[in-house]
Design a protein around this ligand. Structure first.
Ligand SMILES: Cc1cc2nc3c(=O)[nH]c(=O)nc-3n(C[C@H](O)[C@H](O)[C@H](O)COP(=O)(O)O)c2cc1C
Length: 208
């Protein structure tokens, strides 16, 4: 099957999520200008650079809808925390994806405890084994090109603080992904965690 997207318009838009899978989930905590906490998951999320450490997430919104609380809060306060979602936290994560009125604290809705951050104001999810404190770097706007498409705002953040739960750091100082069991999103409402693991060192350059 080949879909020429210049001419085929009636394809399932969600197919991209199934093709680009599994995707990590950024569980983004923010504060609004009055100090109300907000928490929401984003699977259009990834690390884009390690030195300097930069990550991104993308908020979409139909043209007739206001932008999501997360995006409005980041625009206003320029800070957020990316909390790691684990397999055990999947139901709580899902609860925080509810479309609730601005100012409603999804930590409370999902029964999640908060921890204070060190360098930014938004709180951390206490049950998450890793947190990345971020300062807004840039927001890139992706405009719709055809009817029915959504506007997306891609938020880039500089990571300025890293929290790791000590029990998941191994003797070599590596964060143990196999034990942490991060939750990833596939297509639709399918999720997965780490499957079979292998170590694949990069090939050494040939000796001249
Ligand atoms: C696993 C998962 C991943 C999601 N990924 C995204 C995403 O990448 N971009 C987006 O705009 N919404 C995404 N959503 C939907 C938002 O979480 C949802 O719109 C949420 O209500 C936004 O909250 P806010 O208005 O408090 O920011 C996702 C939902 C789930 C459950």
């Amino acid at each position: 099957m080949f879909l020429d997207l210049d001419t085929v318009t009636d394809y399932r838009r969600s197919l991209f999520n199934a093709i680009v899978a599994p995707r990590p989930i950024g569980w983004i905590s923010t504060l609004d200008e009055s100090g109300h906490a907000n928490l929401a998951p984003f699977s259009h999320f990834n690390l884009v650079s390690t030195a300097p450490p930069v990550l991104m997430f993308s908020c979409n919104a139909a043209g007739d809808r206001p932008e999501k609380d997360t995006l409005a809060n980041v625009r206003a306060t320029r800070e957020f925390v990316a909390n790691l979602v684990t397999w055990d936290l999947r139901d709580a994560m899902n609860q925080t994806s509810l479309n609730l009125p601005a100012g409603v604290d999804e930590f409370d809705v999902a029964g999640l405890e908060k921890l204070p951050s060190v360098k930014v104001a938004p709180p951390r999810v206490a049950a998450s084994p890793a947190h990345l404190e971020c300062r807004l770097l840039q927001i890139v706007e992706i405009e719709p090109t055809r009817n029915g498409e959504t506007r997306s705002s891609v938020v880039f953040g500089s990571v300025i603080g890293v929290h790791l739960q000590d029990e998941y750091v191994d003797a070599q100082g590596r964060f143990d992904v196999a034990r942490t069991l991060p939750l990833t999103r596939l297509g639709g409402s399918q999720y997965a965690t780490v499957g079979s693991l292998t170590e694949l060192p990069r090939p050494s350059p040939p000796i001249a």
